[in-house]
Design a protein around this ligand. Sequence first.
Ligand SMILES: *Cc1c(COP(=O)(O)O)cnc(C)c1O
Length: 386
Amino acid sequence: MYGTFQKHLQDELKAIEEAGLYKKERNIASAQSAEITLQDGSKALNFCANNYLGLADNPRLVAAAEKAMKERGYGMSSVRFICGTQDIHKELEKAIADYFHTDDAILYAACFDANGGVFEPLLTAEDAIISDSLNHASIIDGVRLCKAQRFRYANADMADLEEKLKEAQACRFRIIVTDGVFSMDGNVAPMDKICDLAEKYDAMVMVDESHSAGVVGPTGHGVAEQFNCYGRIDIFTGTLGKAFGGAVGGFTTGRQEIIDMLRQRSRPYLFSNSIPPMIAGAGLELHDRLVENVNYFRDKMMAAGFDIKPTQSAICAVMLYDAPLSQKFAAKMAEEGIFVTGFYYPVVPKGQARIRVQLSAAHKKEHLDKAIAAFIKVGKELGVLK
Ligand SMILES: *Cc1c(COP(=O)(O)O)cnc(C)c1O
């Protein structure tokens, strides 16, 4: 039998090659980075990885992965619900939910699996999925695995989306699905407008933040942050294989009952192996360092006598209330070698001028101490601190 099938494959492969469409792989003999070494020893500058934050060979992540592997082993040899859940898997899910301001999260081996396993457990033939025409292949495949009716709207075209929402009004439930950033064009989905239409036509919203999380938005939290759409998006999916270290792993995060149902019924979760401890450990390292930095900065600043707004993110607002003072303060901080920005009306309400400080996982303790010392020095000079 194989003889004729072999001939068939050989012909097809030859046709691909003759059309100039045969995909060849580059063999890299170094870590993934901005500059890579190839197998023949030559070097190349790399402009085609999704290594947006340069974390793929980050020593801190490597150390966190090593530590998790030493403490929790190499692999899980089980799916999550049988005996594949460790404390660090739960902690990583919590960290992902915190990151996206959602109720809960569920890990998958890849975002391809997250998208493949999200629709079928939630929707039936009575329902409608309204999908952007440029959505990722894994969303398209996930939709195919589900019996819901399909509607496709032109890329980021809100008039067309509205048409499709009208057409889908007879269905029981509707969900709009979009990539956050469209990876081939680089445009961002207009989440605020999508959420407005979703409310108008009684639809849920799902966004795949694979290319946007860690990249887009004032602190890189993705398109939900960019358009301030927290609480209006029901489901997020994303990958650990791009900005967040680039290893492997995916997730779905969102409303509690949705995540609960996926844990019961999502096939790539139920029938595929748990992510290895080192991935969970390294993923947590990123988040922990950021949270540690935010807490450290906030606590020291409050102890020094500054008025800090309660924060749930990497943003720390140092309240000064007076607009000219906020500008003078920021200018003096720059003289100390610390870049921060003073914001006043109309960016913030009248009489609520402030310095906005954005913390990063990349800040080392020395950086934070230097910034805090400068805040205290300038605070005293300008009479903010006594
Ligand atoms: C890369 C990508 C995926 C696949 O992520 P993996 O974790 O590598 O499977 C899914 N959706 C979008 C939008 C992507 O860009």
